[in-house]
Design a protein around this ligand. Sequence first.
Ligand code: SF4
Length: 325
Amino acid sequence: MSALKFIKECQEKVFSGERISVEDAKNLFNVPNEDLKELAKCANEITRDYNGNKVDVEQLNNIKKNACSEDCTFCGQSAFFDTGIETYQLPSPEEVVTKAKKAKEEGAESYCLVAAWREPSKKDFTNVCNIITEINEKVGISVECSLGFLTKEQAKKLKELKVKRYNHNLETAKSKFPEICTTHTYQDRLDTLEIAREAGLELCTGGIIGLGETREQRMEMTLELARIYPEEVTINILVPVPGTPLELQVNLPNSEITRIFSVIRFLLPESVIKISGGRETNLDDAGEELLQSGANGIITQGYLTMDGNDAQKDRKMIEKIGLEA
Ligand code: SF4
């Protein structure tokens, strides 16, 4: 069967509500470069059919930029590497409320509180809970959190505070993980996702591509994401941070980036698939093509350790390609 016919057959399966098999996903991942356009087009049609034209626009607030105890080799916030980033402690609830209000005014539907630590201490967790309570009372925006490892009690508390979604990334494929991080395991990450899901929180998970992994390993991570079936997938594209072991890592070709976004859409038709860090740096068009190749979400106004496009510019880009911000 030709690759084009095979892509169409997989699309038909998805439209009929059937899940494509692991074998199908592997074959989609390996379609020849000349058929990539068709793969992306079919992924886009699945996105429109399941999710309409709306793009999920999110803003992040890195509430604790810290010298983190973990040694993730891509991360500018790890205490293991001399990256010279500015660090700060948790802000007051008032400061976060002001930023969350601004995010809402700029059109963000969700506001994600992110902290750079392995897990929150008792005191920090209480402070984050106070921040969430204030946002709920004074802003009225969907709050999401990314706070590292969680206990069952902490996950339950976040659910009580009406946190909608918990982010915890797989980072990479299981087979690549020991090269990327040695201070915790892949299983630790899976366990946290399980704890969050058991508490009733929606899941946001994904990883970073371009860490030197093979296509096979990107496929491995994709299949793990499909197994977890999160409400949201977040894919970052590495921007090498000077001072980290990956500072000289060569960029992934755009075709490999399109490939993973498209196949994830075939596997997870209903999920939000978000282009996260590295969008503006790695993609010449800041995401236009990926938003028409399976992705239906972006982060605007910057990331944890780097700036991004401002909300207005992103809104215009979304409207330019006929989608809704
Ligand atoms: S990725 Fe997260 S856990 Fe790893 S070093 Fe950075 S902040 Fe710490």
